[in-house]
Ligand binder design. Structure first.
Ligand code: 13P
Length: 306
């Protein structure tokens, strides 16, 4: 069932659990996400980045996800990840997205407010809900001083002013996570106190980007199948599950799916060099991605919420 972002995220914020928002680029990734959500009775979000739109086409990929989503029982929001402009957010909404992010977090505060407000007004008129971001994503290492972290992590007062000025539906905050398989030296550190301070000031669902866990088994199997990966580090399961109890309701995951996909493809091609049936090559990748989705939903506490 296709629903807005708020329809899955508001109950999550109220219930103290998280909803996985998984990036997709194709049919196999989308099926891995939606079939798992349906089997586990878990609400879910499927997100499409600007890069995915360029790769697969906004209509082709958007309509594919919307169609699959409309045929599962669980609520699914179709979300634009890191929308880069008003025009881009609008074209996603026209293609059937039920949730959009407008990411103007690189701009000065007042400009971020102005651009976000424009998108919120248009989206609400179209029955779509909106995510914006305040603060800058970046890995925080344990030894970074409070002053240094303060320079780019979300300031709770600013988050409150931003929410009041924009009436945005959910807000991404910088709490120490970052995108990709390399989230800084050592275990990335999540600023739980900051999450609690922001959550105490604003009642809307909070969003954590960069929430892949980079599981050790995936890294090991990738290396065993001939893949190359450096000292990759993800967010610990305990950190994520703690964050969802204190206000983080939307949890973005892309890297773990990419890694699992690559493991699946590499393992088949290594074991069977004569294989050339795409179904035999992509099927195991889809199964491994489903395993990632299932694990994440367990960590976030979204299993059985529907
Ligand atoms: P990861 O790279 O940790 O999967 O984060 C993805 C993300 O935040 C997309 O917006």
């Amino acid at each position: 069932m296709l629903v807005t972002g708020s329809e899955v995220l508001v109950p999550a914020r109220q219930g103290g659990y998280g909803v996985g928002s998984f990036n997709t680029n194709d049919l196999e990734i989308t099926q891995a996400i939606l079939r798992t959500a349906d089997r586990l009775n878990a609400p879910v979000m499927v997100q499409i980045s600007e890069g995915a739109r360029k790769y697969a086409g906004t209509e082709d990929l958007g309509h594919l996800v919307a169609d699959l989503a409309s045929r599962v029982r669980v609520p699914v929001a179709l979300h634009l990840d890191h929308g880069s402009s008003y025009a881009s957010a609008l074209s996603a909404m026209r293609a059937g997205f039920t949730s959009v992010m407008i990411d103007m977090s690189h701009l000065p505060f007042e400009d971020n407010v102005r651009e976000t407000k424009r998108v919120v007004e248009a989206a609400h008129a179209m029955g779509v809900t909106v995510e914006a971001e305040i603060g800058r994503l970046g890995g925080v290492e344990e030894h970074v001083s409070v002053d240094a972290a303060d320079a780019f992590l979300t300031d709770p007062d600013e988050a409150e002013r931003f929410y009041q000025a924009t009436q945005v539906d959910y807000l991404a905050i910088a709490i120490g996570t970052s995108h990709g398989a390399y989230k800084g030296k050592g275990r990335p550190f999540i600023d739980h106190a900051r999450i609690e301070k922001v959550a105490a000031r604003i009642p809307i669902p909070l969003v954590a980007h960069g929430s892949s866990g980079v599981p050790a088994w995936v890294v090991e199997r990738l290396r065993a199948a001939g893949g190359e990966i450096g000292d990759a580090q993800g967010i610990a399961d305990e950190d994520l599950s703690r964050a969802t109890k204190h206000g983080i309701a939307k949890v973005n995951v892309d890297t773990d799916l990419r890694l699992a996909f690559t493991v699946g493809v590499r393992e088949v091609l290594e074991a069977a060099p004569a294989e050339f049936d795409p179904r035999k090559i992509l099927g195991p990748a889809r199964d491994l991605m489903a395993k990632i989705v299932e694990h994440k939903m367990g960590v976030l506490g979204s299993v059985g919420r529907v």
